[in-house]
Write a protein that binds this ligand. Sequence first.
Ligand SMILES: Cc1cc2nc3c(=O)[nH]c(=O)nc-3n(C[C@H](O)[C@H](O)[C@H](O)COP(=O)(O)O)c2cc1C
Length: 394
Amino acid sequence: MTEPAPSAAHASYQNEIYLHGLEGRVPPFTTDGTALGASARRHLDQGAFGYVAGAAGSGATHRANREAFDRHRLVPRMLTDATHRDLRTEVLGSTLPAPVLLAPVGVQSIVHPDGELATARAAAALGLTTILSTASSHTLEEVAEAAGEDAPRWFQLYWPNDDEVCVSILERARRAGYTTLVVTLDTWTLAWRPQDLDLAYLPFIRGIGTAVPFSDPAFRAGLERPPEEDLAAAVLRWVPMFTGTDKSWDRLPFLRQHWEGPIVLKGIQHPDDARRAADAGMDGIVVSNHGGRQVDGAIASLDALPRVASAVADTGMEVLFDSGVRTGADVLKALALGARAVLLGRPYVYGLAHGGEDGVRHVLRSLLADLDLTLGLSGHRTPGELTPDDLHHR
Ligand SMILES: Cc1cc2nc3c(=O)[nH]c(=O)nc-3n(C[C@H](O)[C@H](O)[C@H](O)COP(=O)(O)O)c2cc1C
């Protein structure tokens, strides 16, 4: 008998679910990635749900992200002997079990008390890479410990405008085993977000999502009294430090000087910016519009992807993608249009809201199984086989 390919484990979640059905058991909540938001709403208060589900302005870009996926359709191929598949994907020199990473999402404790700890554990159990946000509700050291020593982890930077605090956070991330730095460029200030504004709800000013700076010695050194004694003063120092100031391309060498590992710029939508990232010696980009949460009316991230990917095709820079990924087919479409791997955002947060670590695991296993099955059924054995020719574009 032929050895099953490593990805056989992904599709097996389908069998597991049907076999449980024989004992009268059904999955803990939906297996439909596009229905998770509506389902999570029942578990969350209005403020938390609005913060996760919400978007900038009229929501036009948030909707456009999904519409773009719907406009692109896979063209399946037959009799390709796709029984045994291998989803493993090389990203920045590491082999991932599948072309999927967990996007950096801050303030996860608003949906579940275990927040980022639960997410890190669920991802680690599946060998998936998490990208921890600067706006984490737990310290980066706590999350690293929860994930376990060998768990692959990257750190996302909201670039503080205080260099000492920035360097201190980077140094802590390095010591805690985060290997790649993801620098988010599109959120140097918060967009106009009506769902949050209408409820006057912003987690940071309540001291949520501030564990990384509040535990940082350089940040604390600038306070008269520690955050535990004077929360308002600490918040007033941190919020303007990580929002409100845009940087320019000539500041990137500063990060290179203080970070030895790969650096990935997140929030790229224009081909010229992708080229500039390559010229600046960056190792990768994430083609992302922050899930439609920043520039209302901006291009759908999937529509931006082909031009961005072709602009840097000859540079060797890694192209990652996010914004709107909900299903296995979505992952394949992004790969076909030039992404090496995708970042999953809101769906796993909705899983967290449903059931902490188990909820995240259910969402991740569902996506991986769907991805594995859809890859095979559309006639492919590896994610790298997908090209624009495998898509029909309406
Ligand atoms: C509640 C929430 C919090 C987020 N926090 C961060 C963050 O701290 N840092 C960051 O780079 N991106 C953040 N993002 C954006 C995600 O990394 C990702 O770009 C986006 O969620 C992808 O779109 P999707 O949710 O449609 O998959 C956040 C997104 C959500 C929904």
